[in-house]
Design a protein around this ligand. Structure first.
Ligand SMILES: Cc1cc2nc3c(=O)[nH]c(=O)nc-3n(C[C@H](O)[C@H](O)[C@H](O)COP(=O)(O)OP(=O)(O)OC[C@H]3O[C@@H](n4cnc5c(N)ncnc54)[C@H](O)[C@@H]3O)c2cc1C
Length: 384
């Protein structure tokens, strides 16, 4: 199916069930069960799965667009969908025939959800330095031991793409591996329900892995080629999914404030706010901010899909710029929408709370600009 048809399916679901479920997702901090199941039923969760496995064979550009469409009505749902997409892309990057059959084909059929479990309490925003240990206990099995935090889709996904570090002396400190852990694996201990101030539907829970045994064929790629995963797959897909989500949120704030300016009418003067030159100017400034950020994101995503040389830098910049855009546009939109935006049921409150996560979701805004600066100065990207 061509991308425009796929996106129109996303739009239909976003304007229907996803928008309908969104208030409860936020108010009750509920994982968006209905929306995610519908995305599965429509097989849209196979968006980035290769066509040879029955998926739609799309890449970064499509994932960003899909997350933007969903993010316009529910940033939480967009992130749940996005993290599944990133997990699927990481699996697909070097999937063995057995992994394709066991994971990618069911994902393409809408029968399997996955997600990424990278962040850890010990290394925080520096997710590329996992401390969860991967130990070969026999030629056929690995054992995992460690802790993860903020696992989006936690407790709801069928599998988890878990980052680990080898404990054998030859593994080396910086060499991480990603492995697939199924939800039924013994030794998974979930922390309390997620209760964020925003992104409340994410079920971003902590997870302890205690002597979790997985078959050796659940390892993704070869041990030792894992830095490749970070920059070729994890970072591009992670950055694009998050950037698409928060761009959708910024667009939602823009749409809402435009609506307010259009319909707010003063009885004392007969004036409408859309006639006020200062407000026209400020709304125009917001539109330009959203649009230039959108252009950067999709330019970067297209470059990434074409494996262009500058793609990673552009994607790093795009996620950082989207984070600023989302926070600033919501803030400014709230000012323009006046006191009525400053109510719990105004919908701006959700946008404000959700937007705040954009800067702290790793790679955080500070890390992203630092990496760009390091690259420009011929310094190694990953430091402390
Ligand atoms: C809603 C939500 C969903 C998430 N979903 C997932 C998920 O699905 N999977 C996953 O793996 N993780 C997920 N995360 C985790 C996220 O990606 C970050 O890893 C996590 O938020 C980092 O939090 P921390 O408290 O450990 O930050 P800290 O590591 O304590 O960092 C605090 C601040 O210090 C800054 N900082 C740290 N070191 C440096 C440095 N050297 N230079 C400049 N600044 C620095 C950081 O940028 C940050 O702003 C999620 C987080 C949230 C909030």
């Amino acid at each position: 199916m061509p991308l425009d048809k796929l996106l129109s399916k996303f739009r239909t679901l976003a304007e229907g069930i996803i928008a309908e479920e969104a208030p409860r997702v936020d108010q009750e901090a509920r994982w968006p069960e209905k929306s995610m199941r519908l995305l599965q039923q429509e097989r849209l969760t196979g968006l980035v799965v290769p066509q040879e496995c029955g998926g739609w064979g799309q890449g970064l550009y499509a994932l960003g667009q899909a997350c933007e469409v969903i993010g316009q009505v529910s940033a939480s749902t967009a992130l749940c969908f996005g993290m599944h997409g990133v997990g699927a892309a990481v699996m697909a990057a070097k999937a063995s025939p057995r992994q394709k059959k066991a994971f990618l084909e069911p994902i393409a059929q809408g029968l399997h959800l996955t997600t990424l479990a990278l962040s850890e309490p010990g290394t925080g925003a520096h997710f590329y330095y996992p401390q969860t240990q991967l130990l070969a206990v026999s030629p056929d099995e690995f054992q995992l031991e460690g802790q993860k935090t903020f696992v989006t889709n936690g407790g709801h996904a069928d599998s988890y793409v878990v980052s680990t570090v080898g404990v054998e002396p030859e593994a080396g400190f910086h060499q991480f591996s990603c492995a697939i852990v199924e939800k039924c694996a013994a030794g998974l201990d979930w922390g309390p329900a997620w209760n964020g101030i925003g992104m409340r539907g994410n079920s971003s829970r902590s997870l302890t892995l205690h002597q979790v045994t997985i078959p050796a064929w659940h390892l993704l790629g070869e041990r030792g080629d894992q830095l490749w995963y970070i920059f070729q797959v994890v970072a591009p897909y992670f950055l694009t999914a998050m950037a698409g989500t928060y761009l959708g949120l910024a667009q939602a704030a823009l749409d809402r404030v435009r609506h307010h300016l259009m319909q707010r009418h003063y009885s004392h003067s007969g004036l409408s706010l859309h006639q006020v030159p200062l407000l026209q100017h400020r709304l125009g400034t917001l539109w330009a901010k959203v649009e230039r950020t959108r252009q950067l994101l999709y330019h970067a995503a297209r470059q990434g899909d074409a494996q262009g040389a500058g793609a990673v830098m552009s994607l790093l910049a795009a996620k950082a710029e989207v984070a600023h855009c989302a926070v600033e546009v919501v803030n400014e939109a709230m000012t323009l929408a006046g006191g009525s935006a400053y109510r719990e049921d105004s919908a701006f409150d959700v946008l404000l709370r959700d937007a705040r996560a954009a800067h702290v979701m790793s790679p955080t805004t500070d890390l992203l600009y630092t990496w760009i600066g390091r690259a420009l100065l011929d310094q190694p990207l990953l430091g402390d």
